[in-house]
Design a protein around this ligand. Structure first.
Ligand SMILES: O=C(O)CCC(=O)C(=O)O
Length: 467
């Protein structure tokens, strides 16, 4: 059902009333002992208290100055040493600014509806030819009706403003501390759902191939130098029972490909099939961290924050200029409507804890996760596109030359695509496996098992880690 912009803004104001934000800031102010944060909190209180007197633009800009100042605090020194207090202030100011814009939009829509020519007066709205053709006199006695007409007209043109609000909420979520019970999550989700109603596929970019190509292992396998052990194929089992899985694979820490276990995932078939257009529709305005570069061990590797829409446009195509990987990101927690497309496999509930870490791995052909290990059980589920994967059992760790640095201790120094046996001679003793993981297949990777993963085409995967 279509929600108009004014209703949407009212909903946002109901998620968290301004007074609640003010109460929290006042409480923090009373308890704060650090003098510079006390000054910042005092400024936030001033803006919140005087927001009735200040015009929207002034209070939005003043709050922006404070947010920039706090941003500096968040970006000084190591992230893990950033004080939680600054992160809380950052999130609170983000909420305030979103509420401020929502109030402004409501005011603008209501005032404009009373005027003769609505679009003439809209401060944020670019007038389109279509709007100009549709000029008509607004009857002062039916403001409500005019508001809905107006809403219809400005829905699309206000989209950039609403997208900015989602960005503000996501930045508050990514950099801020959790405050006021999922307020920022709820705001971002509501606006994203609203925007998805107007989603139109971007036809300027070639459509991605939806059907997975039929690769053979000979076409895509890594070329190991003479003297190295041949890679073996890995077993595929169709819909094993939980008992079978536990006895024959999990308890023996044996990797295995599990087939036929994802058939009921909404993400595997229309209308919720995971592909570029669905991702952009459901999560387009959300801000996510994207890994840019060959892989995370290379010198040119970097991370950038961008919206899902920007990521899809720049990287989810057949020949992107560079590789961008939305890797190991908890997108399903960030965008709950996307989580409805997947079903957590029962295998994940065979451990000591019910907590399951879900990460998405989305990128074009050529993304590489270098040979590394993780400490938890994992089922890597391939939703769309195929991946080439090499595994080495944990017992060969000494032959795989882990990096000596604490940050990369779980990653091998060996680049499987160009193995240098002169530098890493012990590698020749390691016996591994390889496979092509196809859409609809899950790979069980036991803890400590080394894995190298390369996408063969545009690929969407989800990993589930559990203890
Ligand atoms: O798919 C990838 O690129 C890597 C997946 C991975 O490393 C994992 O699931 O632990």
């Amino acid at each position: 059902m279509s929600v108009d912009v004014r209703n949407l803004c009212h909903n946002i104001l109901q998620i968290v009333p301004k007074q609640k934000v003010l109460n929290m800031v006042e409480k923090m102010y009373k308890e704060e002992i650090l003098s510079d944060r006390k000054v910042v909190l005092e400024c936030v209180m001033y803006i919140l208290n005087s927001s009735q007197q200040l015009d929207y633009h002034t209070s939005f800009c003043k709050a922006g100055i404070i947010q920039d100042l706090v941003w500096e605090k968040l970006n000084t020194g190591h992230w893990k040493e950033v004080c939680k207090g600054w992160r809380t202030v950052y999130a609170l100011v983000a909420i305030f600014r979103i509420l401020n814009v929502s109030e402004c939009l409501i005011d603008m829509i209501e005032k404009t509806a009373k005027k003769t020519n609505p679009t003439e007066e809209l401060p944020f709205v670019e007038k389109s030819n279509h709007d100009n053709q549709n000029k008509r006199k607004i009857d002062d006695h039916s403001i409500q009706e005019n508001i809905s007409n107006l809403n219809e007209k400005i829905r699309i043109s206000l989209s950039p403003v609403l997208e900015d609000l989602v960005k503000m909420a996501d930045m508050g979520l990514l950099l801020g501390a959790p405050v006021l019970q999922n307020t920022l999550e709820n705001i971002a989700q509501q606006i994203t759902e609203h925007l998805s109603l107007d989603y139109k596929e971007d036809t300027s970019i070639k459509h991605q191939r939806i059907d997975a190509q039929d690769f053979t292992i000979q076409d895509v396998e890594v070329n190991l130098p003479v003297g190295c052990k041949q890679l073996s194929q890995i077993l595929r089992v169709d819909q094993p029972s939980l008992e079978d899985f536990i006895i024959n694979y999990k308890s023996l820490e044996e990797p295995v490909i599990l087939t036929g276990c994802m058939e009921d995932w909404p993400a595997m078939s229309e209308p919720r099939k995971w592909k570029r257009s669905h991702l952009v529709k459901v999560a387009g305005p959300r801000t996510v961290p994207v890994e840019i570069g060959r892989n995370y061990t290379s010198d040119q590797w970097t991370q950038k924050l961008m919206t899902v829409k920007e990521f899809a446009k720049q990287f989810l195509k057949e020949n992107p200029e560079e590789i961008g990987y939305l890797a190991q990101h908890q997108l399903l927690d960030q965008v709950p409507s996307l989580a409805q497309d997947i079903i957590i496999p029962d295998f994940c509930y065979t451990g000591d804890e019910d907590d399951v870490d879900m990460n998405v791995w989305i990128g074009p052909k050529g993304t590489v996760s270098p040979l590394h290990t993780d400490p938890k059980h994992n089922v890597l589920c391939q939703v769309s596109g195929s991946k080439y994967i090499v595994l080495y059992p944990a017992k060969y760790s000494d032959y795989l030359y882990p990096h000596p640095t604490p940050l990369l201790f779980n990653t091998s120094r060996i680049d499987l695509q160009v193995v240098d046996t002169g530098e890493y001679p012990e590698f020749m003793k390691a016996e591994g496996f390889h496979m092509i993981l196809k859409p609809g297949e899950m790979l069980y990777i036991p803890p400590g098992v080394w894995h190298f993963v390369k996408s063969l085409e545009i690929s969407f995967s989800v990993s589930f880690w559990w203890k």
